[in-house]
Ligand binder design. Structure first.
Ligand SMILES: Cc1cc2nc3c(=O)[nH]c(=O)nc-3n(C[C@H](O)[C@H](O)[C@H](O)COP(=O)(O)O)c2cc1C
Length: 172
């Protein structure tokens, strides 16, 4: 059977991107087109979205990975945008919200190396800087490559260090 889905979305974990607004407050956006390649994370964003605009002006972010229990917090901000006014293409599905951390009931904590805050409740928080940002071939999305500079992990999800067989001369 051949099908023609409108979008080829087969599901990837949701992340919450923290970015910095013009007034130095923080925006928080759920997104799921994210994947990692070494220390780089590749993000697919709407090119005119508030998050993309923040990243063009201030290329720092935190990629917060919620655990499944945080789904109500993600849902609470799913139809909110940091854009004011709400862009035409997002009406009437979205409404503007300046304080998405508050709307989600999540706690902002200072980051170590970037300006946007981390989400305290997320067990993994990746501080990152934009290294490359360009439209995709279709022109519909912007592909953002970010370099992760700090990884914060809840000790509860960190396993023991992998054992490696190392000879005395340091050669594995
Ligand atoms: C589960 C989920 C996944 C999403 N994935 C993406 C995505 O991969 N890329 C994207 O640009 N928007 C994605 N969105 C939509 C953004 O959250 C939406 O555009 C929102 O307005 C972004 O916030 P901002 O306008 O403050 O930047 C997703 C939304 C949800 C709820």
């Amino acid at each position: 059977m051949i099908i023609n889905p409108k979008i080829l979305y087969f599901g990837t974990p949701v992340v919450l991107l923290s970015t910095e607004n013009d007034d130095a407050s923080a925006n928080l956006a759920p997104m799921s087109s994210a994947w990692a390649l070494g220390q780089t994370v590749v993000l697919g964003l709407g090119p005119e979205g508030h998050t993309a605009n923040n990243l063009r002006k201030r290329p720092e972010l935190v990629i917060n990975l919620p655990d499944p229990r945080l789904w109500p917090a993600v849902e609470a901000i799913a139809d909110l945008t940091g854009s004011d006014p709400v862009p035409e293409h997002k009406r009437p599905a979205y409404r503007h919200e300046r304080d998405k951390f508050g709307a989600a009931g999540l706690t902002a904590v200072e980051s170590l190396r970037v300006r946007p805050p981390r989400v305290a409740e997320c067990p993994l928080q990746l501080e990152a800087r934009v290294e490359h940002m360009a439209l995709d071939a279709s022109g519909e999305f912007v592909i953002v490559q970010v370099g992760v500079v700090t990884v914060h992990a809840d000790p509860g999800i960190v396993g023991p260090a992998p054992t490696t067989l190392t000879h005395s001369n340091g050669v594995r």
